[in-house]
Write a protein that binds this ligand. Structure first.
Ligand code: NAP
Length: 309
């Protein structure tokens, strides 16, 4: 039988939102623990340079920013326990959280488990993952020094990945399914200025080709239907994110997989709050994750206080 740990607040996810929720919860004197399957940092830790988080006019690396956030949470006594949430169910008027190590009985729960990259779901992608197919340029870009790579997507992530890769690789193709980018104008301007970046518009990837290693992409024009092969060494898939909500089953109201909350970060279940990239929100930024998480911790504090009279 698994051990049950009793808390009044559990935070699931140790990224920007999780560290912020932990920090605020601790300052509201809640008995809180933050859980993460790999440790603090989350997705923002993989960003090479974060230039739009206020207070850092020169920009700051995602790793350094998230490390600083964790250090600040630690200073107030927030502990991160390494374990992965696997299920959540009501137990009386509390919540029983199942994880790979321990079960937790808690009054309030703040879900900040973030999101993970979407895959293209084309032949060859899964087989060549880690052999030329990547979802993170700052993690894997180094392996493609002076080589030819492609980034798939037209959003902020795709252009940030492409700009990072343009400093390392000889040639970077950006392959987008429309003829207009979704990314913020300042990123578009930077990308259009790169001499070694080429945009392939109105085009989708139909196949990742390679035996042991990526050798080429199969492409198809959305305008003419024409198919062609593009030889290259690596492909970075940046077509958005899927919320990490699989472990919740149908417990909470979701919108396209993202957790629906009100402005107080309350979900469809009492005592369960959500913040950061996992939430149904129009903007996924470090700044919005910090704002959401501080509100979620305040709401959890009010919820716990009311229950304890
Ligand atoms: P996103 O904004 O959802 O963009 C995804 C891109 O991939 C879109 O251009 C989309 O095309 C394309 N796409 C989606 N599915 C596709 C498919 N199956 N095949 C081909 N292309 C596909 O995702 P994101 O760029 O990862 O950004 C996620 C959130 O994080 C956004 O809110 C973004 O603003 C934020 N973010 C901000 C920054 C920053 O502020 N510096 C950096 C990174 C991310 P369509 O355009 O045709 O839909």
């Amino acid at each position: 039988m698994s051990v049950i740990s009793h808390r009044d607040t559990i935070v699931v996810g140790g990224g920007v939102a999780g560290c912020t929720a932990g920090l605020y919860a601790k300052r509201y004197n809640l008995d809180v623990v933050v859980l993460d399957k790999v440790g603090p940092g989350g997705l923002a830790a993989t960003a090479a340079l974060i230039e739009n988080y206020p207070g850092f006019p020169e920009g700051i690396s995602g790793l350094e920013l998230t490390q600083r956030m964790y250090q600040q949470a630690e200073k107030y006594g927030v502990a991160i326990e390494l374990t992965q949430a696997t299920g959540l169910a009501a137990q009386g008027d509390r919540w029983l959280l199942h994880t790979t190590h321990t079960d937790y009985l808690t009054t309030a729960i703040i879900i900040t488990a973030g999101a993970h990259p979407r895959s293209l779901d084309v032949p060859g992608e899964a087989e060549l993952r880690g052999a030329g197919v990547s979802y993170c340029a700052t993690c894997d870009g180094f392996f493609f020094r002076e080589q030819t790579v492609a980034v798939i997507g037209g959003g902020d992530t795709a252009l940030e990945e492409a700009l990072y890769l343009a400093k390392l690789a000889a040639k970077v193709y950006v392959i987008h399914r429309r003829d207009e980018l979704r990314a913020q104008p300042y990123l578009q301007r930077q990308a259009f200025d790169q001499h070694n970046m080429e945009f392939i518009w109105d085009t989708v990837v139909t196949e990742v080709i390679g035996d042991q290693q990526v050798e080429a992409l199969g492409l198809q024009s959305k305008k003419t239907g024409e198919q062609r092969r593009l030889d290259l060494d690596g492909v970075f898939v940046s077509i958005g994110y899927k919320a990490s909500t699989e472990w919740l089953g149908d417990l909470l109201e979701l919108d396209d997989g993202f957790i629906v909350t009100d402005q107080n970060m309350r979900t469809s279940q009492p005592g369960i709050f959500a913040a950061g990239d996992i939430r149904n929100t129009p903007l996924r930024q470090v700044a919005t994750a910090v704002g959401d998480a501080s509100i979620a911790a305040y709401s959890a504090y009010q919820y716990v206080s009311q229950r304890e009279g």
